[in-house]
Design a protein around this ligand. Sequence first.
Ligand SMILES: [Mg+2]
Length: 287
Amino acid sequence: MGDAAVFLDRDDTLVVDSGFIDHPDKVVLVPGAADAVRRLRERGFKIVVASNQSGVARGYFDETRLKEIHDRMRQLLAGHGAAVDAVYYCPYLDGPEATVDAYRRKSNLRKPEPGMMYRAAGDLNLDLSRSWMIGDAPRDVQAGRAAGCRTILIANGEPADSVDNNAADYCVANLLDAVAVVERETTSAKSAHRSEFPSAPAASAGDIGDRLNEIRDLLEHRDRQQRFDDFSVARLLATLLQMLALFAVGWGILALLSDDTSMAVPRLLLGCFLQISVIAALLATRR
Ligand SMILES: [Mg+2]
């Protein structure tokens, strides 16, 4: 079984959002951020930051600068004894606001898609069903749910009941309150053996469909290399057999048109046999 993680949004969850942060000097931690990370680590969670950074696609800063900004964030947290296991970001954006051609595209890394969580799960051997996503935007919640995590929406000053919580499992006032929820639920899970998928019963039909699609994509991705190898060998064999089948049929037709038609039937039967072999070879590769 993999490790449980807490995925944290960056802007207005860990770091004060002052617009598009384009310089390490602009990084200011949200009050309580270091305390939150430290407490979650003490509970045994891996800490993974997952952040949309369309500023790269918009041309506001490049990935080198973004890594400097994240180094600064890690440094500030480390100064208070809080370590982050990994930082994932999506630099892509689809649409005319993306002025940098190389980054103008749709990406499943960009929240509300769950690509960053899936990538982290593969890299760090995470168990997403025991993991949490904490963020201040509905797309954080959507990404977390799509990845199979429990979700907490931070209202950040808004009354919690006035926020569109987008079916988050919990809606709280700030990051430290979110940590308190995780601590409480982790304790109760140990004593009560909660379901591994506590958010599933609340999911709508659309959510379930989206989740199934994501699972299908993940399985297809894992299986793709193996299928490709098998298919390449079978395709070569089928191509050779198909050529022989066509040759046998043509040979039989020539016999039909000639004076001596006695060889036509055996040759046509050979063609049929080879054609059936082609179909069998192709069916054998299907999964
Ligand atoms: Mg945010």
